[in-house]
Every structure is written in structure tokens, then in C-alpha cells.
Design a protein around this ligand. Structure first.
Ligand SMILES: NC(=O)c1ccc[n+]([C@@H]2O[C@H](COP(=O)([O-])OP(=O)(O)OC[C@H]3O[C@@H](n4cnc5c(N)ncnc54)[C@H](O)[C@@H]3O)[C@@H](O)[C@H]2O)c1
Length: 342
């Protein structure tokens, strides 16, 4: 069957992007991935011979790159221009942004977003899906679950860059290309580029390799979503009617994905009971978010509900580690920064 729709993904070799690529191809989309391969490109090798897949190695912080990629490929293979752009490329996470510093983080996460959006518009794309984060809320002022209307109190450079990019995009809501902003919960689970610098994945890795967990602020709540559900949410955003998405912000996750760290530890212990757990309640200048998130809007407006829970993710991670599907999980390709801040 001939593919009707064409999606261009920046950062398509990454944790979310590589799984999104696979799902879009399975659903008969054409997919162009633009990625500068900060963590390698093995995640894309399985798609290389697919007739609906195209890869271009390019850095989206450089001018015109998206336009160049689309022009070259439509000239050589007669591909149509993309109907939608999913912009995932970024310096991802608080530790990675701290490591590169404000200037570089701003260039990658804010300036590049503006340039990619402007090129998407110029190419005639109808929608632009932006990957933001619930880190933008920082904290809940009244202890209640935060909604898309709650004030933003960023606690990190990473969140500051995402908020600045959001503000630019929200100001473009009357452009021909509709911006759609997802604030993802923290992801977990297996993808072609699994990351082990995310809380649930890291807990499973530590329990498996060290038989030990060191937990800070055990009672703190965070919000989590499986990487496969995230991909489903993005695909719903690509297919939803325009009025549902134009200039809209959606928290992406589910109310039952709000867990305390202690609840996650209990789930890990159920599968690896021999793990020793040490708790510390020190304030260590790290990421002190303690927050629950409301996902009522995405459920009401897009009909989005999650299909997987933290235990599903833990089971699959453990399977990949035990069987050796992931042979050397400590390799730096599985993390965006050398340390994780819980
Ligand atoms: N994983 C999470 O828990 C989470 C939560 C909230 C938001 N997000 C957002 O989702 C997006 C994807 O996250 P991920 O976990 O898949 O991250 P990832 O680091 O696995 O993927 C990012 C990809 O972007 C590429 N990239 C980075 N800068 C680039 C550039 N200048 N040009 C071209 N390619 C570039 C990298 O090579 C990498 O393949 C990010 O924007 C992130 O901020 C992720």
C-alpha cells in the first residue's frame, strides 16, 4: 500500500524517536529522520531498507538543514514534503543541560526549535509536535495535581529552555502550521535506544547489576509514562482534528502513572526481592520535584489513556537485561549524561 502521510522526526534516533519511527512505518507513514547521532544510530539500522524510511545525518542547530534534507530527498526520490514535523531533538534532561551549560542548551533547545518550526512552516507542514516536559511545573503550589493551567516554576536549566521554546510556539498558534505541545511525564521502558538515565530504568539497572538501591526523598511523587504509550500519544496528536491540537498544551501520561519513589522501589523489589535498599532524606541540591500531575485534559480532548504501567516496564527491562538483549547496559550510549539526579 502506498504511504499517504509523511512525518519528519528530528531526534528520530533517540529513545522516543526510534520507537516512533517503527510505529509510524508499521502504520504506513513515510518517515524522514533527521538526527546528528549524539548517541549513535544503531537504533535505526533495522529500518534502513524500508521503502518508506529515509535518514539524514544533520544538526538542526545549523540553518536550513531541514529544508536541505527535504529538498534533496524530494529531488532524488520524488518524496512529497512532510505533512507534519515531530521535533524531539534536544539536549535532554537536567544533568545533560547542566553539563553543556546555558549557551549550548539554549542553542539546542530554544533556537533550534524556532528554526525547525520556521522551516516546517515554510515547507507547508500542517502540524508541528513539540516534546516538552512536566518538569516545567517544578512544584505544585497548593499540593494539588498540576494542570496545563498551573503556574510554571522551573527548577532547572532544562525546564527553562523548554518553557522558552513553548512560549515561542504558543505565539505561532495562528500560523498555517499548527503547534501542538506535549508535556511528557518521565518515561520508562524499552525502545531501540533505551536510556538508563531515567528513574525507573535506572532503578531496575541498579537492582540488577548492584543488587542495591540508594533512594533519596522516598516519599516524593513523580509522574511516569511508558515509552510505548508516549509514542501512541504522539500518533494520536498527528491524527487528531486540527481544532483539538492547534496551540494546545497536553500533559501526556495518566493519573495512575503518578507514583512515589517508594512505590516504584516496591515494584522493583517484587521482581528482585534480594535487592538491598538504603534511604536518604538529605537535601543534596539536586532535582527536588515533588509533584503529581493531572491528565484529565488529554483524556477528555484526545481520548488518550495509557495501556501499560510501571510494572510492565520493569518486567521488560529486566527481560532485556537478563537475556542479554542489552549486553552492556553501563555503556555511555544508554545515558545522556554521566550521572542521574533522582
Ligand atoms: N525521555 C523522557 O523522559 C522525556 C520526558 C519529557 C520530555 N522529553 C523530550 O522528548 C524529546 C526526546 O527525548 P528522548 O528521551 O528520546 O531523548 P534522546 O536523547 O534519546 O533523543 C534525542 C535525539 O536527538 C538527537 N539530537 C540532539 N540534538 C540534535 C541536533 N542539534 N540535531 C539533530 N539531532 C539532535 C540526539 O542525537 C538523539 O538521538 C526531547 O526533546 C526531550 O526533552 C523526554
Amino acid at each position: 500500500m502506498k504511504a499517504e502521510r509523511h512525518v519528519l522526526i528530528t531526534g528520530g534516533a533517540g529513545y522516543i524517536g526510534s520507537l516512533l519511527t517503527s510505529e509510524l512505518l508499521r502504520n504506513n507513514y513515510r518517515v524522514t529522520v533527521v538526527d546528528n547521532l549524539l548517541f549513535g544510530g544503531e537504533s535505526l539500522l533495522g529500518f534502513l531498507h524500508h521503502p518508506n524510511f529515509h535518514f539524514a545525518k544533520a544538526d538542526v542547530t545549523e540553518p536550513h538543514k531541514i529544508k536541505d534534507v527535504v529538498r534533496d530527498h524530494s529531488a532524488s526520490d520524488n518524496w512529497p514534503k512532510p505533512d507534519a514535523v515531530v521535533h524531539l531533538a534536544a539536549i535532554v534532561g537536567f544533568p545533560a543541560c547542566q553539563a553543556v551549560g546555558k549557551q549550548v542548551a539554549w542553542k539546542y533547545n530554544v533556537e533550534a526549535t524556532k528554526m525547525v518550526f520556521e522551516q516546517a512552516s515554510a515547507l507547508g507542514a500542517e502540524r508541528f509536535v513539540f516534546s516538552s516536559t512536566y518538569s516545567n511545573y517544578g512544584l505544585s503550589p497548593d499540593g494539588k495535581p498540576v494542570t496545563e493551567e498551573s503556574p510554571l516554576t522551573p527548577q532547572s536549566l532544562y525546564a527553562e529552555t523548554k518553557i522558552a521554546a513553548e512560549q515561542f510556539l504558543l505565539a505561532q498558534k495562528d500560523a498555517a502550521c499548527s503547534p501542538l505541545l506535549f508535556r511528557f511525564a518521565t518515561l520508562y521502558g524499552i525502545s531501540p535506544r533505551t536510556r538508563f538515565d531515567l528513574i525507573i530504568n535506572q532503578f531496575v539497572l541498579d537492582a540488577f547489576t548492584k543488587r542495591q538501591l540508594l533512594i533519596y526523598q522516598r516519599g516524593y511523587s513523580r509522574s511516569f509514562i511508558h515509552v510505548r504509550d508516549t509514542v501512541r500519544g504522539i500518533m494520536m496528536g498527528l491524527e487528531a482534528p486540527q481544532p483539538k491540537i492547534r496551540g494546545q498544551i497536553y500533559n501526556l501520561g495518566s493519573d495512575d502513572g503518578n507514583y512515589t519513589k517508594d512505590q516504584i522501589v516496591k515494584l522493583v523489589l517484587r521482581r528482585m526481592p534480594e535487592t538491598e535498599v538504603e534511604y536518604k532524606d538529605l537535601t543534596f541540591g539536586g532535582d527536588m520535584r515533588d509533584i503529581t500531575v493531572s491528565f484529565a485534559k488529554v483524556k477528555r480532548e484526545l481520548g488518550f489513556e495509557t495501556t501499560l504501567n510501571a510494572d510492565d516496564g520493569i518486567r521488560d527491562l529486566l527481560f532485556a537485561l537478563k537475556t542479554g538483549l542489552i549486553r552492556n547496559p553501563l555503556d555511555e550510549r544508554y545515558r545522556n549524561a554521566q550521572f542521574i539526579v533522582q
